[in-house]
Every structure is written in structure tokens, then in C-alpha cells.
Design a protein around this ligand. Structure first.
Ligand SMILES: [Zn+2]
Ligand SMILES: [Zn+2]
Length: 60
């Protein structure tokens, strides 16, 4: 499995970032919708929103 390597560039959604704080906020993983890369129009520019890398979206 994915062992070690806590990468600095891991991208988590706001929901999963908060959920990682502890068991009391773990529910927030369920609110994360950022499960795939998606374009986002922002201020007339198109940004690519990276999918959330949280472990909660991996492995089925
Ligand atoms: Zn998560
Ligand atoms: Zn997530």
C-alpha cells in the first residue's frame, strides 16, 4: 500500500483538511465533493481544481 512519504504537495479539500484534525470532525470527510479534477471558472479565468488526495477517497 501507500506507505510513508507524507508529501507536502498533497492537496486536500477544505472539508477533508478539517476532518483530518481529529475524530470529532471526521464526519466532514463525507462532505467532500472534490473527488476528481474539475475546471472552475473564477474571475473570468479557468482554473483546474485538483481532486482531493485524502485517503478517504482511495481504495474500495
Ligand atoms: Zn477525506
Ligand atoms: Zn476529500
Amino acid at each position: 500500500m501507500n506507505q510513508g512519504a507524507t508529501e507536502a504537495d498533497v492537496t486536500l479539500s477544505a472539508e477533508c483538511t478539517v476532518a483530518e484534525f481529529g475524530p470529532e470532525s471526521a464526519d466532514l470527510h463525507a462532505y467532500c465533493r472534490q473527488t476528481k479534477d474539475a475546471p472552475l471558472i473564477h474571475g473570468g479565468r479557468i482554473l483546474l481544481v485538483r481532486r482531493c488526495r485524502c485517503a478517504c477517497h482511495q481504495g474500495k
